[in-house]
Design a binder for this molecule. Structure first.
Ligand SMILES: Cc1ncc(COP(=O)(O)O)c(C=O)c1O
Length: 374
């Protein structure tokens, strides 16, 4: 079986340094807020050329905490893409906002041409979701946001290391929200997330919200360490995860290169088929968190690939407005045709740094045969 994803090969390869880091961390005696977190936060911020950053418990929390800084009032709207992951929407709702959806373009990213007409007086922010590893058209989004005085929060859960012109994902909006869910570009061996920002006051606030609302940047500003300045949450990345992530962060560029090389090979081998292959937009560096293709007969193809012992996944098979949890609160459902169409025909092929070129070739050979019979 060629698995869609597995951490087994990676762990086998890096077992020694990872176990050594965990042991060193446990011996040091801190479970939270120690050397590993402090160093990881500094290293992540430096690598992705932002000013400030904090590690949090998950990508969902990164979005939630960023959104909480907006102090949303009942009825305030947050715009995002209709094909996003569920957590983008749950973060909006849990922060007190109403999600408003915009359709996607052929690149599966928010369609900037349709964005501005969804902005109303109630709109407070837009969350561009850099899905599959490619950044949205950020220049246009930033211009639209400025013109309409709304905040930009980037959902970078799938795009760590991606670039728009020379800017890294997560550094163009007010907040960049990352996930270290194990399948991601930088995967923890558990949950984890990160927020980048260039705004010092916003940094102080997200740091407070992460830790029950207690001020931690300016130590003597408030009464003591058990004094909440605002209502927060508990969202900590632990020292063990940070020690693993510190090791893997040094390898992040290598991981991305491997992903890009494998994506290139997929593209070469599948270019003569009638599959719709991923596009890398002009001025963008795609990091291929996923290699997602489109075909009207996706379900059939996936079934046959599984018979050939090749796992695939559809990410995501339902646009947000088609889900029971959200369909009633989404008002503009008529304009989301492309998201609906794409969700029915997309599927992603296995792609991770430890996947061998020979495996990609074998997947492609089998897929080409299947497509000829469809
Ligand atoms: C686009 C997107 N946003 C947000 C998240 C949430 O991240 P996490 O699973 O770390 O909470 C994910 C990951 O599943 C995601 O893919």
């Amino acid at each position: 079986m060629i698995k869609f994803w597995s951490y087994g090969r990676e762990f086998k390869k890096y077992k020694k340094p990872i176990i050594k880091n965990i042991e060193k961390t446990l011996k040091r005696g801190n479970i939270f807020f120690g050397n590993e977190i402090n160093s990881f936060e500094k290293e992540f911020v430096k690598k992705y050329k932002a000013k400030y950053g904090i590690a949090v418990g998950s990508g969902t929390d990164a979005l939630l905490i960023s959104l909480k800084t907006l102090n949303l009032k009942p009825g305030d709207e947050i715009i995002t893409a209709a094909n996003t992951a569920i957590p983008t929407i749950s973060a909006i709702i849990n922060a007190g906002g109403v999600p408003k959806l915009v359709d996607i373009g052929e690149d599966y990213l928010i369609d900037v041409k349709k964005l501005e007409k969804e902005i109303s007086k109630k709109t407070k922010a837009v969350i561009p979701v850099h899905l599959y590893g490619q950044m949205c058209k950020m220049e246009e989004i930033i211009k639209i946001a400025k013109r309409n005085k709304i905040i930009v929060i980037e959902d970078c859960a799938q795009s760590q290391g991606a670039k728009y012109r020379k800017k890294f994902s997560g550094t163009m909006g007010k907040f960049g929200c990352f996930s270290f869910y194990p399948t991601k570009i930088l995967g923890a061996y558990g949950d984890g997330g990160f927020i980048l920002t260039n705004d010092f006051n916003a940094y102080k606030q997200i740091k407070r919200i992460r830790f029950y609302g207690i001020e931690t940047v300016e130590k003597n500003k408030f009464k003591n360490q058990y004094y909440a300045n605002e209502n927060g949450v508990n969202s900590r990345l632990d020292e063990i995860q940070a020690s693993i992530l510190r090791f893997k962060l040094k390898k992040a560029d290598e991981f991305i290169k491997k992903r890009r090389d494998l994506a290139k090979l997929y593209t070469k081998k599948l270019s003569s088929t009638n599959l719709v292959l991923p596009i890398e937009n002009l001025r963008c560096k795609h990091v291929f968190h996923l290699f997602t293709v489109f075909h009207e007969e996706a379900k059939k193809i996936k079934r046959q690939l599984l018979k050939e012992k090749i796992q695939t996944r559809s990410i995501y098979p339902y646009p947000i407005h088609e889900m029971k949890a959200y369909s009633q609160m989404i008002k503009n459902k008529k304009n989301l045709r492309n998201s609906e169409k794409k969700s029915k025909g997309i599927f992603s092929l296995p792609l991770y740094p430890e996947l061998k070129k020979s495996e990609v070739t074998s997947i492609c050979n089998k897929l080409v045969k299947i497509l000829k019979k469809i």
